[in-house]
Design a protein around this ligand. Structure first.
Ligand SMILES: C[S@@+](CC[C@H](N)C(=O)[O-])C[C@H]1O[C@@H](n2cnc3c(N)ncnc32)[C@H](O)[C@@H]1O
Length: 209
């Protein structure tokens, strides 16, 4: 029988779609986040998204922004693919402290993806955002601002939980953004991102126009 949702994961799932505030939850969760998600649930979204990023990016020296970097699992997965220039951004100081301890990010920025991003004038070659969309996190209305974190032609890879993906109709937002000339959607591929559960999500690849 599939594992049932408990603790922080159950609290997060109950947040549904839209945006919202989950910073306190992540500050509380930071120290046990990785053990909880990886050992208890078999969380593999960072690995799936990093594989998609690597499949679309030949140059390992691209400057990459890890959006909603959390404790740094995505940075770790990108580093395993040979990527060397990683910055991370997150709203939770507790999660950022865990990411800092990994020593794989050149810069870690505290930032809120539901607001204008302060990147010191930088535009990255690529950005990746895993698990940071959905209720209590970031809604699709913020995608245009997020996409502007990369230079024109820059690569964007998102991993989005299937619940907010459907409830907030992300595909419709992707199409609108394409029609508005904000980006070009390349692929959307579904997968199961928690090996102990039936937990569908989507890896989304696009390029800033
Ligand atoms: C499920 S975790 C994913 C962390 C990491 N990407 C991973 O896959 O392990 C979601 C992360 O998004 C961050 N987050 C939530 N809302 C945010 C916001 N408005 N701005 C920036 N980060 C946010 C949380 O603090 C948390 O670290």
């Amino acid at each position: 029988m599939a594992k049932e949702l408990e603790g922080f994961v159950a609290r997060l799932t109950a947040l549904g779609g839209g945006s919202g505030d989950s910073q306190a939850l992540y500050d509380d969760w930071a120290a046990t986040y990785e053990d909880n998600l990886q050992q208890d649930y078999g969380y593999i979204a960072p690995r799936i998204a990093a594989e998609a990023f690597a499949a679309h990016a030949g140059d390992k020296n691209l400057a990459i922004l890890d959006l909603g970097c959390g404790t740094g699992l995505v940075g770790q997965a990108l580093a395993a693919h040979g990527f060397t220039q990683l910055d991370g951004l997150d709203i939770s100081p507790g999660m950022l402290a865990e990411a800092e301890a990994k020593g794989i990010y050149a810069r870690l920025l505290r930032g809120d993806m539901t607001k204008a991003l302060d990147l010191d004038g930088r535009r990255y070659d690529g950005a990746i955002g895993v698990g940071c969309f959905g209720g209590g996190h970031v809604g699709p209305e913020h995608l245009a601002e997020i996409i502007s974190s990369v230079r024109p032609g820059g690569l964007l890879v998102f991993y989005i939980n299937g619940i907010p993906y459907d409830e907030d109709d992300y595909p419709a937002h992707f199409r609108s953004l394409e029609a508005e000339g904000v980006w070009r959607l390349e692929t959307t591929v579904q997968s199961n991102y928690m090996q102990a559960l039936e937990r569908p999500g989507w890896v989304v690849v696009g390029y800033r126009s």
